[in-house]
Design a protein around this ligand. Sequence first.
Ligand SMILES: C[S@@+](CC[C@H](N)C(=O)[O-])C[C@H]1O[C@@H](n2cnc3c(N)ncnc32)[C@H](O)[C@@H]1O
Length: 246
Amino acid sequence: MSNAFYSPGDQRAAKVNDLFTAIARRYDLLNDLQSFGLHRRWKNRVAELAAVGSSQRALDVCCGTGDIALALAHSGAEVTGLDFSQAMLKIANSRSQKSEARSQNIVFHAPVFVQGDAMQLPFPDNSFDAVTVGYGLRNLASWEAGLGEMVRVSKPGGRVVVLDFGKPPNRLWRVIYFLHLKISVPLMGRLFCGNADAYAYILESLKHYPAQYGVAEKMRELKLSNVRIVNLVGGAMAINYGEKPV
Ligand SMILES: C[S@@+](CC[C@H](N)C(=O)[O-])C[C@H]1O[C@@H](n2cnc3c(N)ncnc32)[C@H](O)[C@@H]1O
């Protein structure tokens, strides 16, 4: 089955950009509804694993409306968020301006948001102490190239952290979860965003993405160390972690 927003070829980036332009305004609301607010906890876990502190630099790729970039900034790091969608970046910028330090012990630097392509990051090699991505790699024309770019711009010893929809190892749970992505998620998209197709895209894109086990294999191929998978909700969501060798 195909989807109005899924295209495997050269049109991939343009279609994905259309998709996020269409849903940007309701993106945060739908995330809260579909995950019962849990996505915030998973994104905070990404920031914990990135383990950056003051005077360190972090990059969040495909930053969208800025959740992970803001979580990283609350640890005192200098954070850059990168995305190619002007519509998503506009929301990220306005949220960032309203943010303040959560703790008196930390100097909060508002993240800097830049427009750019995750497949060709506009940063020199070895620039960041941690590079993160949430629900982003799956959308790229080549997720392998995107991961390669994240590794390239990480400093030696830097942490590379990837959060995305997973493929549960348990067969029964995988069937139930895929039915949820096929039926209830597009229904919520239709009800709250007026756009079922944009949310049917999640399952379509996941079918073409190897998820946590494939990403872990690729991290090993890229010679990252301490590669591990943190499965969440029985592997329906997952975080991949690796460190660039020193
Ligand atoms: C599902 S959203 C994730 C947003 C955010 N990271 C989060 O977890 O809520 C995916 C984001 O990736 C961005 N994106 C997709 N392909 C991209 C590319 N090639 N370069 C930069 N950003 C891209 C989209 O514009 C969108 O904001």
